[in-house]
Write a protein that binds this ligand. Structure first.
Ligand SMILES: Cc1cc2nc3c(=O)[nH]c(=O)nc-3n(C[C@H](O)[C@H](O)[C@H](O)COP(=O)(O)OP(=O)(O)OC[C@H]3O[C@@H](n4cnc5c(N)ncnc54)[C@H](O)[C@@H]3O)c2cc1C
Length: 398
């Protein structure tokens, strides 16, 4: 065939559906699971949907992405929420992001946070550091770093944060001392709120529904339970039996046990890619809060985030936790699901290594796409946008 797409997560599904929308029918998708959707799948647990890859919310200002998704699941099937996320800190809940909501803490704590913000390197013309941990202290000050950012990130990404770079942190806001002080004095969040204040979630389904519908549209072109293990890059053959002009790879590169026709350097790059896993654990109990989700930086708790299902999924009960699988000591939940590949790690030097890898494969008409193909912390909306652009650009080239 012309196009062979590896993986039926949002990246593969969008790429394939975009081909179809443009009249191209000569393609096939290979997926190792028995269903599509990847990290964005939902299952019915306790009578209501549970997002088994963690809480997934559509949060984008990209109209093209929304138009694309609404074609498969019309806008009136979604509910638009105003984000209400909290952080459990100093034995109380405060709103997230922390830098806008220090005013909600006891006054003695506020003073310590304010002093620390004033002393942060970025507020004192100090040079921007190149390592993640140093950068957090420089950007947010010691107090936010020690109480929240460092322990939280260690829970998510592993104890050794020194392997991480800083090139991916441009989305974090500037913490201005003046604004933080004003917010504490006026008892309200400061002016520049984060961009992501609203999100869509399906009214009657879990977040996986839209991806199910994309898969349904191309159901005769997806082979399920096909575990991709081998690729011959020169001859464009996958698992010794599928051949295509163009190969679109959305699966983690280390999933290939055998890659024929690449040099040692590229193999080395693949060996250097790192990721963490997430286990989702569902509990029937109730948490008395109006938050959609809550962040927990406390090291004595295994999990780092709790999603309060009843607050975004109508008529449901219960909640689920998200835990870095390495940290999971006991699991007494009613249901759990392990996502082996959850977060691609932004290790020092990864950006350059991935550029080299992607260029190498692209010259051979094998394209890396999505969270794993590009090894980026993309949310699903970014993946949709990337997949649409790649699909159109290859079709235009032909
Ligand atoms: C905890 C968590 C919370 C998130 N929250 C949000 C959110 O709120 N909003 C948002 O937009 N995004 C969120 N994301 C990001 C979102 O999950 C990704 O952007 C999206 O899933 C990426 O799609 P993808 O197709 O690139 O990868 P995936 O969804 O991982 O899909 C990859 C596919 O490849 C398949 N595959 C893997 N190996 C093989 C193999 N060997 N052979 C064949 N197939 C294979 C997998 O089974 C899967 O179907 C979150 C991610 C996590 C981990």
């Amino acid at each position: 065939m012309k196009f062979l797409i590896l993986g039926a997560g949002p990246a593969g599904l969008t790429f394939a559906n975009r081909l179809l929308e443009k009249g191209e029918t000569d393609f096939l998708v290979l997926e190792k699971e028995e269903e599509a959707g990847g990290l964005c799948r939902s299952k019915i647990i306790d009578d209501k949907p549970l997002d088994i890859g963690g809480g997934h919310f559509i949060d984008t200002k990209n109209q093209k992405v929304l138009e694309f998704l609404f074609k498969y699941m019309p806008m009136d099937e979604w509910k638009l929420f105003t984000r209400n996320s909290k952080i459990y800190l100093h034995n109380q809940f405060i709103n997230s992001p922390i830098e806008s909501n220090i005013w909600q803490l006891p006054i003695d704590e506020q003073i310590i946070y304010l002093k620390s913000t004033a002393a942060a390197g970025c507020n004192n013309n100090q040079k921007m550091p190149e390592k993640f941990v140093d950068w957090i202290y420089w950007k947010l000050g010691n107090k936010i770093a020690d109480e929240y950012m460092i322990p939280y990130n260690q829970k998510m990404f592993g104890e050794n944060l020194n392997i991480l770079g800083t090139y991916w942190l441009d989305k974090l806001p500037n913490v201005s001392f003046d604004e933080t002080l004003r917010s504490c004095l006026e008892h309200c969040p400061y002016g520049s709120q984060p961009a992501h204040t609203q999100f869509y979630y399906p009214k009657r389904y879990g977040s996986g529904e839209v991806w199910k519908r994309l898969a349904y549209r191309i159901s005769d072109k997806i082979i399920y339970n096909e575990n991709v293990r081998e690729i011959d890059v020169e001859h464009h053959v996958v698992n010794c039996r599928f051949h295509a002009d163009y190969i679109i790879n959305t699966i983690p590169w280390m999933e290939f046990e055998n890659i024929e026709g690449i040099n040692r350097k590229i193999k080395n790059i693949i060996e250097q890619l790192k990721y963490t896993s997430v286990t989702i654990s569902y509990y029937q109990g109730e948490i008395n809060t109006d938050a959609h989700w809550i962040y927990y930086p406390q090291k004595e708790l295994d999990y780092h985030r709790i999603l309060v299902r009843k607050n975004f999924c109508a008529n449901s009960i219960g909640y689920w936790s998200e835990t870095n699988t390495e940290r999971l000591h006991t699991n007494d939940s009613q249901y759990h699901y392990i996502n082996k590949y959850a977060y691609p790690l932004n290790t020092i030097g990864k950006k350059e290594l991935m550029q080299e890898l992607l260029d190498y494969f692209k010259q051979r008409e094998v394209y890396g796409l999505g969270r794993w193909g590009e090894w980026e912390h993309y949310n699903s909306d970014v993946v949709v946008s990337k997949a649409m652009i790649l699909s159109d650009s290859i079709l235009n080239k032909k």
